[in-house]
Design a protein around this ligand. Structure first.
Ligand SMILES: *Cc1c(COP(=O)(O)O)cnc(C)c1O
Length: 361
């Protein structure tokens, strides 16, 4: 037996499983398993990406000033209180590294995003799970699970994989109910899909114990490039910058994200198209007996009678060349998470589910 032992908690981590992207023998796979933007990044972002190839021998800037300024200008934020990372995953890691550790607790909810647990365990903290009510975050249940050891509370709003969200009053009630030494982290990965929603930025400006994370992986169509950011009080940002590597983002990541966030017309187009196709898909599935909660994001959580039916439908879709996400690992065994793709993909998935249900379309 080796005496080279990892820190406690590390071996309790179950490896993150990304959405599948291949089906053997199928060429035109419809990938609806990772909540990616089916239209990809904007032309302006692609242009910036290509241009950056002439500068690959240069180290990137360490302060991310241009990207932070662009994010601040577009979203009306204070650029000094933004920190950028390799996806919002890295921001979640920084938060756990800086504020959690042995003897502390990290709280999230029943169907919460798996990176919260992974980052908590990696930091040596104890993950604590509060129940949800019918696939919606329950503020009272979260508050009941807070102890003296709770340092971080993570909620995604809208949430993945449930697609539901809670209102601003509920989020404020949660922030107000937490002890002053507990930081509430609002994961806004899907905030851009909600018309007029600030992801919780106003609450961050009002409360020192609230922090927001955002990503370029979803509406901006840049999941492959790994860019995200956090927004919080100056005090928290100054702490996180101490654990951030100086060159955590490449110049390519920085300039591409900057162009993407400034192309607000494209973002708006993607939001509108997602909303239109999401309504269509949810209705088409409901009509063949597959209900879902009203979605606030770019995916639908399709509900089946039981786990057996959900798994059988997943296999039926796979045989039709369509990949969706099984979510039994999120305590949703009777559900499948289906990303809202382009119009052709939505039609294909609706047709396939309809065939599975024995309906004709
Ligand atoms: C997709 C997703 C993210 C984004 O992670 P990145 O590291 O920025 O790609 C964050 N939180 C939730 C809940 C997500 O679904």
């Amino acid at each position: 037996m080796s005496t080279i032992n990892p820190q406690p908690g590390i071996m309790g981590i179950t490896l993150y499983k990304g959405g599948e992207s291949r089906i053997d023998g199928v060429e035109d796979v419809v990938k609806l398993s990772s909540n990616e933007n089916p239209f990809g990044p904007s032309d302006a972002a692609l242009e910036a990406f290509r241009k950056s190839s002439t500068q690959l021998h240069r180290y990137p800037p360490t302060d991310h000033a241009d990207l932070r300024a662009a994010i601040a200008a577009v979203h009306g934020l204070d650029a000094d209180r933004i920190i950028c990372g390799a996806g919002s995953d890295e921001i979640i890691t920084f938060l756990c590294q800086a504020y959690a550790g042995r003897g502390t607790e990290v709280l999230y909810t029943q169907h919460g995003f798996s990176m919260y647990r992974i980052s908590a365990l990696a930091a040596g903290a104890k993950p604590v799970v509060a129940p949800e009510r019918d696939r919606v975050i329950d503020v009272d249940a979260i508050l009941e699970h807070v102890t003296k050891k709770t340092r971080l509370v993570f909620i995604a709003n809208p949430a993945n994989p449930t697609s539901t969200m809670i209102g601003g009053n509920e989020v404020a009630r949660l922030a107000d109910g937490l002890p002053s030494n507990t930081l509430l982290v609002l994961d806004g990965a899907y905030a851009e899909f909600v018309d007029g929603y600030d992801g919780g930025a106003a609450l961050v400006d009002q409360r020192p114990n609230v922090f927001m994370t955002r990503t370029f992986s979803k509406i901006y169509g840049l999941g492959g490039l790994r860019i995200g950011y956090g927004y919080g009080s100056q005090e928290v940002i100054d702490v996180l910058n101490r654990v951030r590597g100086p060159f955590n983002l490449s110049k390519t990541q920085l300039v591409t994200a900057e162009a993407a966030v400034r192309d607000t017309a494209y973002t708006e187009k993607c939001r509108a198209e997602n909303a239109r196709l999401r309504t269509w898909l949810a209705k088409a599935l409901a009509e063949v007996g597959v209900p879902s909660d009203p979605s606030c994001a770019n995916f639908i959580l399709a509900r089946f009678a039981d786990q057996a039916e959900a798994e059988a439908c997943e296999e039926h879709l796979r045989a039709d060349g369509i990949l969706v996400r099984k979510v039994a690992g999120y305590d949703l065994p009777n559900c499948l998470r289906i990303t809202v793709g382009d119009e052709a993909s939505c039609r294909r998935v609706a047709h396939s589910v309809s065939g599975f249900k024995g309906c004709r379309t």
